[in-house]
Design a protein around this ligand. Structure first.
Ligand code: GLA
Length: 387
């Protein structure tokens, strides 16, 4: 009996001591906030080399707390790489391009560049503005493509601003395009801002002003492969485009002016469909502008792409009325890209948010005219996730 009382007493005392300690521990925890280091957005800068005419090129690496890394340089305002995780957390670079700056001086199909002053084609390189006919440089058969012989993709941009905040890391680049350059009227001041967010988005903001009525259409020409650059073709990617119409083209890839329903045709991506499932029915592969349901000026979902083997998902929202879906038809394996990988046909796809091709010659297409006093503003956001 006495032993039992003693035992109970011992137990009670132990309980009080233990409880006391716990309480102390809790108080200590409450007093001392968790000291776990919060990961931040960061930016690093390095010299990337010189252009053939001795201009300095710098490379910025933007990193977010989840490990996403975007590299941007001021030559061509090029998005050099983008590393994102797959569903198991393995990171890969999902953009085609080169390992060194020199690669970008060779002839290449606009890997990661900013295209301007006018992205896509202008038929015969001609258009009328305020009763005057302008003749642009022609560099795609009889047509003008992606800003001409020396577009915004082949010039050194000025670094305007570089800033890492709590939720974002951004690099703002600017370029001054002279009146008459490649045939375009008006001095154009433009800028492109790449912003990586903590929510795994890469946002691209475009701005421009002019001193004379002109035309503007800027876009980014990244080639994506969500399984990792150089890892094979993109025909197994599932694509959804928020568009039920597109702009049919002639043999020179100039829109005919017609706006056609995609329904009951291999152009229909209103529901997620693998890129390769009907590509054989499209002459030359996909290289078409889709008419986005969102229209002009409202940030709306344009496309969603899913790569089944890695689980990577990319969602694109934009204020642009169109998106050029290009299935890398002209890649032919002759270019050795990053890590010496040969980029063969369909090894990458582009989704270029933009106004429609040849708009200056198509009165029924949304206008690309920019007047003095007006501000050109465009935004496209790429959001990355996995499923
Ligand atoms: C765009 C065009 C294509 C092709 C590529 C670059 O996507 O629409 O026809 O010119 O650029 O090769």
């Amino acid at each position: 009996m006495r032993t039992r009382i003693l035992l109970n007493l011992v137990l009670a005392v132990t309980a009080i001591i233990v409880f006391g300690c716990e309480k102390k521990k809790n108080i200590a925890a409450a007093e001392k906030p968790e000291v776990k280091e919060k990961k931040k957005m960061s930016i690093t800068k390095e010299s990337y080399g010189k252009t053939p005419d001795n201009q300095t090129v710098v490379l910025y690496t933007l990193t977010n707390p989840n490990g996403l890394k975007a590299r941007v340089m001021n030559y061509g305002a090029i998005l050099v790489s983008l590393e994102t995780p797959d569903r198991d957390g393995n990171f890969a670079d999902i953009i085609l391009g080169f390992d060194t700056l020199d690669g970008y001086f060779t002839e290449h199909p606009y890997f990661g560049v900013i295209v301007g002053r006018y992205a896509n084609r202008i038929g015969k390189g001609r258009f009328m503005l305020d009763g005057v006919e302008y003749k642009l440089a022609t560099n795609n058969g009889p047509n003008h493509l992606h800003g001409g012989v020396k577009g915004f993709d082949k010039v050194v941009w000025k670094v305007e601003n570089v800033k890492a905040k709590d939720d974002t890391a951004m690099v703002k680049l600017s370029y001054f395009s002279k009146d008459g350059q490649e045939g375009y009227p008006g001095n154009l001041n433009c800028s492109v801002t790449y912003t990586l967010t903590k929510d795994n988005e890469l946002r691209i903001d475009y701005e421009a002003t002019t001193d004379k009525t002109t035309i503007v259409n800027l876009t980014n020409h990244a080639y994506w492969n969500l399984a990792g650059q150089g890892s094979g073709d993109i025909l197994g990617h599932e694509l959804m485009l928020n568009a039920d119409k597109y702009t049919p083209v002639d043999e020179g890839l100039i829109p005919t002016g017609e706006i056609k329903e995609v329904k009951d045709s291999p152009m229909d991506f209103t529901k997620p469909t693998t890129i390769g499932s009907r590509i054989d029915q499209v002459t030359g592969g996909y290289d078409h502008n889709y008419v986005l349901k969102g229209g002009v000026g409202k940030l709306t979902l344009a496309a969603r792409v899913y790569e089944p083997t890695t689980g990577r998902v990319m969602e694109i929202t934009t204020v642009e009325p169109g998106i050029q879906f290009y299935s890398g038809n002209f890649l032919d394996g002759t270019i050795a890209g990053k890590s010496g990988k040969a980029y063969k046909k369909h090894y990458g796809f582009c989704l270029e948010t933009q106004h429609y091709p040849d708009s200056p010659n198509k009165p029924n297409f949304p206008s690309v005219v920019l007047k003095p006093g007006e501000k050109y503003n465009s935004v496209t956001v790429h959001k990355f996730s996995t499923k």
